[in-house]
Design a protein around this ligand. Structure first.
Ligand code: PGA
Length: 261
């Protein structure tokens, strides 16, 4: 079972998850981080940037792999995930840009962009900690409902709901790309630690489905139930539809001191 940690607000979630990253980087200076985009991980990236500066952590050898990218946006588009990762993660943390990989969403070469990305991930030795948000339709990465649990990095068609959800980043919904390239559920499940964050009432059903729902390709987030080391950090609102919430709180409150997240 995933470990469920309920926190009071996004800032606490950010600090807790930043600590996981700091511990990892102190142990493994060339750690491979799996980077998610969207609003959810911003609290983590902010807290991590502050911690890195505070303790003078050397992050120059840290490597990163983004989960996904839109297909067909012009190079340098501010909402391409390459731009978002650069702006929200690479620059504030002071990571080395050449060590940060994002799937290639350019139409030129899109047929082999998935296998190329898988090859780069394998060559890097896989992801140490994979940060995940979750879509209101249960997607992780851009693996929309129906995605195979064995899937690799490939091109997918975004659901109408995801395009609506992401329209806030674009001038209009029509401007949200129709296609994306995303790590597969099989790719994500190979990461050594999954760290899923979710905030707000709008995510409560998706979180309940991922943590407690039947394991089903119809609910991609439920793939985390197959992972031996998954941590889910949520606020009260996102936790509100979990059936076994009292037990998760009890287990976390009684966590043995030697166990880390
Ligand atoms: P959000 O997106 O963090 O912007 O809510 C999550 C997701 O779509 O995976």
């Amino acid at each position: 079972m995933a470990e469920i940690v309920v926190v009071s607000d996004q800032q606490s979630a950010g600090e807790l998850s930043a600590q996981i990253m700091v511990d990892l980087i102190e142990r493994t200076p060339d750690a491979v981080l799996g980077l998610a985009t969207g609003s959810t991980p911003l609290a983590l990236y902010r807290a991590l940037a502050a911690r890195v500066a505070d303790i003078g952590l050397d992050v120059s050898r840290v490597r990163g792999f983004a989960l996904d990218e839109y297909v067909g946006l012009p190079e340098g588009h501010p909402e391409s995930y390459r731009s978002v990762i650069t702006r929200e993660v690479v620059e504030p943390l002071g990571l080395t840009p050449a060590l940060i990989h994002v799937p290639n969403g350019s139409l030129d070469g899109i047929e082999h962009a998935g296998p190329d990305y898988e090859e780069a991930l394998t060559a890097a030795g896989g992801v140490d900690v994979q940060v995940l948000g979750i879509g209101t339709d249960g997607h992780i990465g851009f693996n929309e409902p129906g995605s195979s649990f064995a899937s690799a990095t490939r091109v997918k068609t975004l659901t109408e709901q995801t395009r609506r959800d992401n329209a806030r980043f674009f001038a209009s919904e029509a401007d949200v790309p129709m296609h994306c390239i995303t790590q597969g559920l099989g790719t994500i499940l190979r990461a050594r630690h999954l760290l899923l964050l979710a905030f707000g009432e709008g995510k409560a059903d998706a979180v309940a489905g991922a943590v407690e729902g039947p394991v089903s390709a119809s609910n991609p987030g439920s793939a985390i139930q197959l992972h031996p080391h998954a941590t889910v950090i949520v606020d009260e609102a996102a936790a509100s539809r979990l059936q076994n919430l009292a037990y998760y709180r009890y287990a976390y409150a009684n966590k043995p001191a030697w166990q880390t997240l």
